[in-house]
Structure formats: structure tokens, C-alpha cells
Design a protein around this ligand. Structure first.
Ligand SMILES: Cc1cc2nc3c(=O)[nH]c(=O)nc-3n(C[C@H](O)[C@H](O)[C@H](O)COP(=O)(O)OP(=O)(O)OC[C@H]3O[C@@H](n4cnc5c(N)ncnc54)[C@H](O)[C@@H]3O)c2cc1C
Length: 398
């Protein structure tokens, strides 16, 4: 039996899409990974990912959330979340490349709506077609939660800008052709009390003065992030995204949407962990040959895991439904990111506990999921930053 409390079953269209996606993830994509010996720790190359971008696009999954004029199906946030949950639950290494998360349209987020015709033609439509890829570069070593303290600076230079700075942990960096870089405008925020302004730029990663390097390896052991080092790198004026000074709004707008859309991925991973744990409790014999699941101490743990999952999923799909109705879900998105990341971590912690030494062994799926899920209490805004946002909204300090 597979654990399931899937709200999407009520909608036949979403259920059909999810079924089609699951067939692809468990069949063709699983075979592709097996044939190439791809694991979570593999150093993936663009050549590993491109065939998946192409095939996922052929099947209609890559960029499926986009409007029809961009080749998508304009699906609701709820439907996209159901697909993301299924990707999370499938446990595929390359799952991130199916809907366009790894350098594709989901990574670009809602920046499409800030793009000029030139930027659409040169950068974003090729990205939507899976021909080009991007990363998003906001974080620096000394500027994470407090992004406004960033040091990367943009100096106006004739018909363009010169960018200097060092961005870290740009996901999809190893596969990207260009980065969406947020930089402080030179001459702003330099004196006491003066507010800095920021702009967003599309930076070609093969530009002179731009270097992409490996950077640190996160605890998941994956090699999917890069450092982007800019040394007086020229960026033409037509690569300014939105207006000068709008960069932080563009960046944080993208982060808010992502905050909610990370939740179904986490729910999928927690669901997978619960499935694996239930399986383990049936097959693992202890205490005189009884299966683990017959022990009340274990039954209570799996009951708590399932209950947390149900709560996390319910609030997430409730917020998504409100988003689909056109409501402002900023506060709910903070709450969902906070609760889902914290509860997925608790679920994974119990999954490891119930797996015993197997759960502590490298190469075991639960061990990987534990490390992967742990990162989300920090990624896309830490749990503390979500609480700050909730409290600010409650206090009317928006
Ligand atoms: C695997 C991975 C992928 C990433 N991908 C990207 C990416 O694609 N693009 C990108 O730009 N960035 C990316 N990041 C960076 C990520 O978004 C930051 O790590 C995150 O925003 C937190 O910043 P920080 O790590 O510097 O923590 P810090 O800001 O140093 O925070 C440290 C601790 O202090 C707490 N804290 C900080 N400020 C406050 C406050 N005001 N109130 C209460 N508590 C506070 C935090 O909650 C945290 O517990 C990635 C990071 C990782 C590890």
C-alpha cells in the first residue's frame, strides 16, 4: 500500500496529469538515470540534462505552468503544485529538470513579466524552449537573510553597466547560460542612513569578467550550485530587467512565489519517506520476529508522521486554492513555508529513526532525503525569516 491523502484526486484533469507524470518519472526517466548511473552525488553536466528538458517539453511538462503563447498550458497553481508534489515523491535525481526547475522556466519564476521584447527573444523564450538555462544570483557570503547588505555593485558605464561582486549558492549555475543578478547601484546606500537601491540584470555567463566556479557543496552532496564572480563585467543597458532600482522588488517577488511552490516539493519528499518507512515497518522483524509495525511505539510514530503530512498538505493546497482565486496569500505563504519545512524535517527525522542503522547509511534513500529536506529550513528564506514575516503581517507592519 502507498500512503495517499491526495486532494488532487477530486479534480479528474489534475489526477490525469499527475498519472501521466508519474508514468514518465517511474518509467522512462528512471531507465535514463539507471542506464547512465546517475545518482544524487553525480556531477551532472548539461549533456545529462538537455535530453530531459527536450523530452519533458515534448510530453508537455516543461514550462507547463506558462501561458499558452509561451508554449505552456496555463495550469493553475494547484495543478502545478500537484505535479511538483509528484516529482518530490518520485525520488528521481533528474526530477528537477522535468517541469523546468533546474535552469528552466520555473527557475526564472515570474521575471518573464518584467522582460522586454529583446529580452524575451534572446533569453527567456529560448529558456522556455529548453535551449538556454539560467540561475538566480542574489545571495553572497555575507548577505543571506539580510540581502540588502550585499556588496555586488553596478556602476553605470556609457550605454550599460559594470558589475563587480561575488555571488554564492546559485542553484542551476553549473548548467546555466545566463544569471539573473541582483546588484546594488553604485552611489546609493553609501552614506549613513541613505537607503541603497538595487537593480536586476541578465548576465551572460561567458561575458569577459564573469567566472562560474564550483563553490561549496551543500549537505545534500549534490553539485547543482555555483559561485558567480563578477570582476568589472560589462552588461549592456538592454540587459537591465525592469527599471533601474526595481531589482529587489523583482527578486523578492520571485522569492514569495517560490516560497509557496517549494512546499509541494517538500510534501512529496515527506510522502516518499513515509511510504518507505511503512514498507520498512512491515518487513523489518524485531522483538522475537514481530514486524516493527506491530509495536505501538512505532505505530504512534507513523501516525504522527501521517498526521503532520496531512496538516502540511491541507494548508498548502488551501493557500494554493486562494492564490488561484486571485487572493493575496503573502502571509499564508510565510506560514506554509514555515510549517511545511519544519514538519517535513520532523517526518524525515522519524523516518531515519525507524530505519535504524539503515537510515544512517549513505546510499539509503531515507538518509539522502533527510539531508535534502533539512536544507529547506534555511533555503528560500529561513524559518526565522518566515516567522518575522508572519508577525509583521499580523502587526500590520507590511
Ligand atoms: C543548497 C542551497 C541553494 C541555494 N540556492 C540559492 C539560489 O539559487 N540563489 C540565491 O540567491 N541564493 C541561494 N541560496 C542561499 C539561501 O537563500 C540562503 O542561504 C538563505 O537565504 C539564508 O541566508 P544565510 O544562509 O546567509 O543565513 P543567515 O542570513 O546568515 O542566517 C543565519 C541564521 O540567523 C537567522 N537570522 C538572520 N536574520 C534574522 C532575523 N532578522 N531575524 C531572526 N533570525 C535571523 C537565520 O534564520 C538563520 O537561522 C541557496 C543556499 C543553499 C544552501
Amino acid at each position: 500500500m502507498t500512503f495517499s491523502l491526495r486532494p488532487t484526486h477530486h479534480d479528474p484533469e489534475i489526477a490525469a496529469l499527475v498519472d501521466r507524470l508519474r508514468t514518465y518519472l517511474d518509467g522512462e526517466l528512471a531507465d535514463y538515470e539507471r542506464e547512465r548511473g546517475i545518482t544524487h552525488e553525480s556531477r551532472l553536466t548539461r549533456a545529462d540534462l538537455e535530453p530531459i528538458w527536450e523530452r519533458s517539453r515534448e510530453l508537455g511538462f516543461y514550462g507547463i505552468h506558462l501561458p499558452e503563447n509561451y508554449g505552456g498550458k496555463n495550469i493553475s497553481a494547484t495543478a502545478l503544485a500537484a505535479l511538483k508534489e509528484e516529482v518530490g515523491a518520485a525520488g528521481r535525481v533528474l526530477g528537477h529538470s522535468v517541469l523546468g526547475e533546474m535552469g528552466g522556466p520555473l527557475r526564472a519564476g515570474d521575471i518573464l513579466r518584467h522582460a522586454t521584447d529583446y529580452q524575451l527573444d534572446k533569453y527567456l523564450l529560448p529558456l522556455v524552449r529548453g535551449e538556454r538555462a539560467c540561475c538566480f544570483s542574489l545571495t553572497e557570503t555575507d548577505a543571506g537573510s539580510d540581502v540588502r547588505s550585499m556588496r555586488t555593485v553596478a556602476v553605470r558605464d556609457g550605454d550599460g553597466y559594470r558589475l563587480t561582486g561575488h555571488k554564492v549558492f546559485s542553484s542551476a549555475g553549473p548548467f546555466a547560460d545566463f544569471a539573473i543578478v541582483i546588484a546594488r547601484m553604485a552611489g546609493t546606500g553609501e552614506s549613513e542612513g541613505e537607503k541603497p537601491t538595487f537593480s536586476a540584470f541578465l548576465v551572460d555567463l561567458d561575458s569577459p569578467g564573469c567566472t562560474v566556479s564550483d563553490g561549496a557543496t551543500p549537505m545534500s552532496g549534490e553539485h547543482i550550485e555555483s559561485d558567480i564572480v563578477l570582476d568589472d563585467c560589462h552588461v549592456p543597458a538592454e540587459n537591465l530587467l525592469g527599471e533601474e532600482g526595481m531589482g529587489m522588488r523583482i527578486a523578492l517577488g520571485r522569492v514569495t512565489t517560490n516560497r509557496l511552490l517549494h512546499c509541494p516539493t517538500l510534501i512529496g519528499m515527506a510522502r516518499r519517506a513515509l511510504d518507505l518507512t511503512l514498507e520498512r515497518t512491515r518487513t523489518r522483524k524485531v522483538a522475537g520476529g514481530r514486524p516493527l509495525l506491530e509495536l505501538q511505539a512505532i505505530q504512534h510514530k507513523v501516525a504522527d508522521m501521517a498526521t503532520e503530512l496531512y496538516a502540511a498538505r491541507s494548508m498548502t493546497y488551501d493557500a494554493l486554492a486562494a492564490l488561484d482565486r486571485g487572493e493575496d496569500v503573502r502571509t499564508e505563504a510565510f506560514m506554509c513555508k514555515l510549517f511545511v519545512a519544519e514538519s517535513a524535517f520532523r517526518i524525515l527525522d522519524e523516518a531515519v529513526q525507524i530505519h535504524g542503522k539503515e537510515g544512517l547509511t549513505q546510499g539509503n534513500e531515507v538518509e539522502f532525503l533527510f539531508r535534502k529536506v533539512r536544507m529547506f529550513r534555511v533555503l528560500t528564506g529561513t524559518s526565522e525569516i518566515q516567522r518575522n514575516g508572519i508577525a509583521r503581517d499580523l502587526a500590520g507592519l507590511r
